[in-house]
Write a protein that binds this ligand. Structure first.
Ligand SMILES: Cc1ncc(COP(=O)(O)O)c(C=O)c1O
Length: 347
């Protein structure tokens, strides 16, 4: 029986058509600025996000960290959401590379009032000046939740009014756009920089972009070189990304429907708790009431269902283009059975 891999939407393999586009890509030395496919991808993504320019980089981590480093000086502070990827899952890069400290907000989404309350003025010599507000949309550890546009506008206005810079970690902005019906450009309004990933739900093998003004992208270009992210005939990868941007955005709706189906199938299951109302996109968080997440994950693996953990009692399941509805429903049956057995063992 085929393995159903729900650990992440990063596990997708390039489709045959994507591989063909990659094989046919015109390439050049991108460190010399001579790769036409990289340039085409950067122009296309800048246009979709509504920024002057964009820079192709190897990973989402690099896209976030180049932007945050470009915006700060050592000793500055960055406001991030609860469990923000750029803080929790980027190997301490904000501290190590930018030398910035973080103010972590109480929740995955936050308000303008909370931004104002968290702000520390550069005039106060005791405080780390708060330079940047970083938003994550969709929010990964928040279970793929989408921000309301009105709340984004309030937060970015408040940040700018206080002289701060705004950064959007839009690794899954494509999912947010499909789920909310707004365009990526509309969701990126009010942000000075935006990072987007090609290698998550869009299914490209690698690559992300950092988007912003020409001047900001020029600075990130230098930082990319400094951090060893200059790639030569990167058009091979950019072609996969371009293919993904043109052909795989609309189909994210299928992943969202599969996530909802999984959540609904598990919402009444014994020993599990799933908040269906928080399943906005392609991620489902499943709480194990008796027993650990790892206990369920370990047995499910033997049954050919691969899952991730978000905490000791929370399983994370992520839908993507390499799993279909039948696979998702098989995963639901396997998870429900294991959870029920664990509950019986606990009594
Ligand atoms: C919200 C978010 N931002 C950034 C990243 C980093 O992407 P990468 O794994 O390409 O470095 C991820 C990866 O999962 C993510 O979920």
């Amino acid at each position: 029986m085929a393995v159903v891999d729900l650990r992440s939407d990063t596990v997708t393999k390039p489709t045959r058509a994507m591989r063909q586009a990659m094989a046919d890509a015109e390439v050049g030395d991108d460190v010399y600025g001579e790769d036409p496919t990289v340039r085409a991808l950067e122009e296309r993504v800048a246009d979709l996000i509504g920024t002057e320019a964009a820079l192709f980089v190897p990973s989402g981590t690099m896209a976030n960290q180049l932007a945050l480093k470009a915006h700060t000086r050592p000793g500055d502070e960055v406001i991030v959401s609860k469990d923000a990827h750029c803080w929790r899952h980027e190997s301490g890069a904000l501290a190590a590379l930018a030398g910035a400290q973080t103010q972590v907000m109480a929740d995955h989404r936050f308000t303008a009032a909370e931004v104002k309350a968290a702000f520390k003025s550069p005039d106060d010599p005791y405080m780390a000046p708060t330079r940047v507000v970083a938003v994550e949309n969709t929010h990964n550890m928040g279970g793929g939740i989408v921000w309301e546009r009105a709340q984004l506008a309030e937060v970015t206005h408040a940040a700018h009014a206080l002289g701060m810079i705004t950064h959007l970690d839009g690794a899954r902005l494509w999912n947010a756009a499909v789920a909310s019906g707004a365009t990526e450009k509309q969701l990126a309004e009010g942000f000075d920089t935006v990072s987007v990933c090609l290698s998550k739900g869009l299914g490209a093998p690698a690559g992300s972009l950092v988007c912003g003004t020409r001047e900001l992208v020029r600075r990130c270009h230098r930082l990319r070189k400094m951090h060893g992210g200059g790639m030569r005939q990167a058009g091979i990868l950019a072609a996969g990304g371009l293919y993904a941007v043109e052909h795989h955005r609309a189909r994210l709706a299928e992943d969202h429907a599969n996530a909802r189906a999984l959540a609904e199938a598990l919402s009444g299951a014994a020993n599990l708790a799933v908040d269906v109302s928080r399943v906005h996109t392609n991620i489902v968080m499943i709480d194990v009431l008796h027993g650990s997440a790892e206990a369920v994950i370990g047995v499910a693996r033997e049954d050919g269902v691969l899952l991730g953990s978000a905490s000791s009692h929370r399983i994370r399941a992520v839908m993507h283009l390499d799993v279909d509805r039948a696979g998702v429903m098989r995963a639901a049956r396997v998870i429900a059975e294991i959870a029920a057995t664990l509950a019986q063992a606990a009594h």
